[in-house]
Write a protein that binds this ligand. Structure first.
Ligand code: 4NP
Length: 159
């Protein structure tokens, strides 16, 4: 079976979406699903393109055993809409921005919000931690771990 392709999307592609990518890679490996998935991340803006993930996010993720290995890039509507099966945005603004690039609504069934897959956490968005303290980064990872498990279940059910 062809790999299912997942693209996590946030604003800068240095905090939330590379963390989601790293967490999903680790969780899918533990579940024996890693070979069935291709996992990447992107931002809606190019401001941090080429950069490594934010050092604070790298540190908080590593404390839980997640290695973040990614270079920031901007979402490319000409390639990413067609290539990926699940385009998973972090907050309402990212979601609206990605939907606005899908001018004819062709790809609307591929566009999700990360919190669509939350199980334990009653939240509507993965909040931007950029201007927060350490607790903001910990909160993001808590939400992402929960939602990654939910997304993995959905992909298993869809397959
Ligand atoms: P991210 O966080 O969208 O989770 O990568 C941010 C990164 C950079 C900025 C904002 C949020 N920024 O304003 O540069």
């Amino acid at each position: 079976m062809e790999k299912k392709k997942i693209l996590f999307v946030c604003l800068g592609n240095i905090c939330r979406s590379p963390a989601a990518e790293g967490i999903m890679k680790t969780i899918s490996q533990k579940n024996g699903m890693k070979d069935k998935l291709f996992i990447d991340s992107a931002g809606t803006i190019a401001y941090h393109a080429g950069e490594n993930p934010d050092a604070r996010m790298v540190m908080h993720a590593l404390k839980r055993g997640y290695v973040l290995d990614h270079k920031a890039r901007k979402f490319n509507p000409e390639k990413d809409f067609q290539y990926f099966d699940y385009i998973v945005t972090m907050d309402n603004q990212n979601n609206a921005d990605i939907k606005s690039l899908d001018i004819n609504g062709i790809y609307k069934n591929k566009i999700f919000k990360m919190t669509d897959f939350s199980k334990e956490f009653k939240v509507n968005e993965v909040p931007d931690p950029y201007y927060s303290g350490p607790e903001g980064f910990e909160n993001v990872i808590d939400i992402l771990e929960d939602a990654c498990n939910g997304l993995l279940k959905k992909i298993e059910n869809d397959s």
